[in-house]
Design a protein around this ligand. Structure first.
Ligand code: M6P
Ligand code: ZN
Length: 197
């Protein structure tokens, strides 16, 4: 027992009520569709979407604001139901700079697809829904896609010193796009890379 607390039971400073991360020290960030426009196939469709349309927002908790080894970051990402042409909105996606560092994702609200890719561009897709839990090994790039007509939110927990490596996927992206066909999400392979086991 911490003697300074004098035996008092403390109130927590972080909350995750109804899938919303709030409390002391939460950081917020967002990406517009325009800022991730290069990810999408249909360049004409991007021009038709207002420049300030938000693709997704992230509420994060970085303990001590640091990237200290041993610490864990925590985030909830809220993805809006935006489509660029027939392609569903997606996160930018990244490898971890420190390839040894893994991450957990879990579905909270709405529905989506998690794309995972290794350095050889072998790829696989997992369905994400409220209650689904996804272990992402350290060497796999990860991207989420909102395949529903409503807000899709998911949780994430990752080592604070993992780092985001966006550059490694900038040139070629993922070999799978998620496209709407008569209201159903379908995978479209864009090259002959293999299915990741
Ligand atoms: C999750 C975590 C974060 C990440 C965010 C958005 O909350 O993986 O580390 O930043 O999703 O994904 P991205 O950085 O690929 O845009
Ligand atoms: Zn990550």
């Amino acid at each position: 027992m911490n003697p300074e607390n004098n035996g008092k039971i403390l109130i927590p400073e972080l909350f995750l009520a109804k899938g919303r991360l709030t409390g002391k020290g939460i950081s917020y960030s967002s990406r517009t569709i325009a800022s991730i426009g290069s990810l999408f196939e249909d360049k004409n469709a991007i021009e038709k979407i207002p420049k300030d349309t938000i693709a997704y927002e992230v509420a994060s908790y970085f303990p001590d604001g640091s990237c200290s080894p041993g610490s864990l970051n925590f985030g909830i990402t809220y993805m809006y139901p935006v489509k660029v042409g027939r392609e569903y909105v997606m996160t930018k996606g990244h490898f971890h700079s420190n390839r040894a560092d893994a991450e957990y994702y879990w579905g909270i609200e709405g529905e989506g697809i998690l794309l995972l890719m290794d350095e050889e561009r072998n790829c696989r897709a997992e369905r994400v829904f409220p209650g689904s839990l996804h272990y992402i090994p350290g060497n796999l790039a990860h991207r989420m896609v909102n395949t529903g007509n409503v807000l899709f939110s998911f949780g994430a927990c990752w080592p604070s010193d993992a780092g985001h490596d966006y550059e490694s996927i900038e040139a070629n992206g993922f070999p799978i796009r998620v496209i709407e066909n008569n209201g159903i999400a379908e995978l479209k392979k864009t090259d002959d890379s293999l299915c990741l086991q």
